[in-house]
Write a new protein. Structure first.
Lengths: 356, 356
């Protein structure tokens, strides 16, 4: 690995222990029983460590929704036709998709990136075009992409984050769209965790039992044909991944390099995190798992990464919809630390000395 | 029961099945796989049924934080001195408490009600004074209050909601403050569910093992002395309850009567819900359980009520902090239904006919 990717990985430093200690001390001065805001308190302390600020800020928010098509749809793995990928891009651009509604509510801008939709899309000022190719190859017949394409996809994600940081970015969410991408993510998950296909394959947009069995077979065949090597994450991404997944790997790495906390969405973002953490183990501490999705392999994947999801709402839409809900909670956590009064400021008595 | 309380209970009608059916149909037309927004979809359908609108609205939001003192603190059940109840009221009024920060983030107004703080508070235009008495009696020595006081507390809660509805109210959250109120709530929970004190008593603001054992003993003694009758919820509220808990019973009943969805907070709100649902079983369908708190008896209590919490973030602050996070999710659910495009509007293909 040379150039932008390896430089970005080198830029990822440990969390700022000084900021963490200061944030933790401040939490204990605020007018509430110590620890009584639970995971919001933990989250505020993580944000402090990532941003390197005792009082972290979550004002400038973005969700980056990466889109790509998958050759493996030729095997009949999805309940929806391939055309839906491009159609949903236009839906994102016109503001009618789930991610638009929820991102607007939390005040996050939506950055839509064409990483490899199978058709040429109409140009739009609201669409970033970083198309690596017109969809991946069918991983049941050959590798999904070349290693060069995998690196290009990751580096595109890095560049997208660079542009967002220039606009102001305190936190970033990851999102995805791509008919067939739960199949690719299942293959990545199986390859990286060593689990069998049957343990990680789920129903995606909604397939029945027979189609599920077929999807397990498709993933098994792709793995048997390609032999992705879990010690070489770029090999896994190239052989059974996707362009939008590669883009998300880049988003995560670059965000950590810039000390921007990353709220990861569901199963597809999780698959990208498996690759990204394998490339840069320090990244793990910069990630916030927004939710555990209804997709079968996601809980297992998060456990493998040691990430504890904030939400468990049976969501499985993708697009970054879970991530923006996580951004809301991160903002809540940061505001608690920044805006609550201390016992001294409010003139509130602390715990009784005759206490525990 | 006569007058305002019984009239309010009579006003509670079933959910609007027509609105529920229309909301459910619309969810299935939106540009996402059916059911893929999980509990947000269910929540939007519940909101439709409560409000009686196929597309529910969550714009005018309030959290009602009811405050009261407890005679049982004389038994040494809390890690904090009794003075903290009044001090926290001033903290609410000056905007420095956890509830202020989180309510501001979600755009909910905070309505602070003195239901029975043990001292006279300085008047403030931002404080509603509905003081029933200067704190309850010590339930280890006698009933916490008379049945007349219990009714007064509930009716005060009803009137508070009436005033808020007049200002515009699409959703309401419940909150509480009162040193000693996890002890009263534990006693209510034990009385209403038939569980032993040891199963429902928790650490409140943070007591150690020895104090926990003492708190179990205090609750057991209060129950043995007063014999609250679970078939008579007003008897339970009077004997082992609290003024702020009674006020919250009224808030829940009145909100349901006005068809306003109620997002309930943690253990204290849960204890109020036990009483309120016993008075008006239809109320259950109007309630949204925001979260399961870290307080020991809360999970058991929610299971008893058949309510599934939205969040599980180890929070145990009270004040309505969990409720306002739940209000955020309810607003998200409503916006999804109102603002997402349908497949037809967006020109997105529906599921393949050759599918499942």
């Amino acid at each position: 690995m040379l150039g932008l990717l390896s430089n970005t990985i080198e830029m990822i430093k440990p969390l700022d222990e000084g900021a963490i200690a200061e944030a933790r001390s401040r939490q204990d001065l605020l007018t509430k029983p110590q620890g009584s805001l639970g995971r919001l308190e933990e989250l505020s302390i993580q944000l402090a460590g990532v941003q390197g600020k005792p009082i972290p800020q979550v004002r400038h928010k973005a969700v980056i929704t990466m889109v790509g098509d998958h050759g493996v749809v030729a095997e009949g793995v999805s309940a929806y036709p391939r055309e839906v990928t491009a159609q949903m891009v236009y839906n994102f651009l016109s503001g009618g998709a789930g991610i638009n509604v929820l991102a607007h509510q939390v005040g996050a801008r939506v950055v839509v990136v064409d990483m490899g939709v199978a058709v040429e899309l109409e140009p739009s000022s609201r669409l970033m075009s970083r198309k690596v190719a017109l969809g991946t190859q069918n991983m049941c017949l050959c590798p999904a992409m070349t290693v060069e394409q995998a690196v290009t996809a990751i580096e595109s994600g890095i560049e997208v984050v660079g542009a967002e940081v220039a606009k102001g970015l305190d936190i970033v969410g990851t999102g995805d769209m791509g008919i067939g991408n739960t199949t690719a993510s299942s293959a990545i998950c199986a390859a990286m965790t060593g689990k069998a296909a049957a343990e990680v394959v789920g129903r995606g947009t909604g397939i029945d039992d027979k189609q599920l069995e077929h999807k397990v077979d498709v993933v098994s065949r792709a793995l048997a044909l390609n032999h992705p090597d879990p010690r070489q994450p770029l090999d896994v991404l190239a052989k059974v991944g996707g362009f939008e997944i590669g883009g998300l790997v880049g988003v995560m790495l670059a965000a950590a390099a810039y000390r921007v906390p990353v709220v990861i969405d569901g199963f597809i973002s999780g698959a990208a995190a498996l690759i990204a953490i394998a490339l840069a183990p320090r990244l793990r501490h910069f990630l916030i798992a927004a939710h555990v999705s209804a997709e079968a392999g996601h809980r297992l994947l998060l456990r493998h990464l040691g990430l504890k999801p904030l939400l468990d709402l049976d969501m499985r839409l993708g697009e970054g919809t879970g991530a923006v809900l996580g951004i809301f909670l991160a903002e809540a956590a940061a505001k608690i630390l920044a805006e609550m009064s201390t016992f001294a400021e409010a003139g509130v008595s602390e715990r009784s000395k005759l206490g525990d």
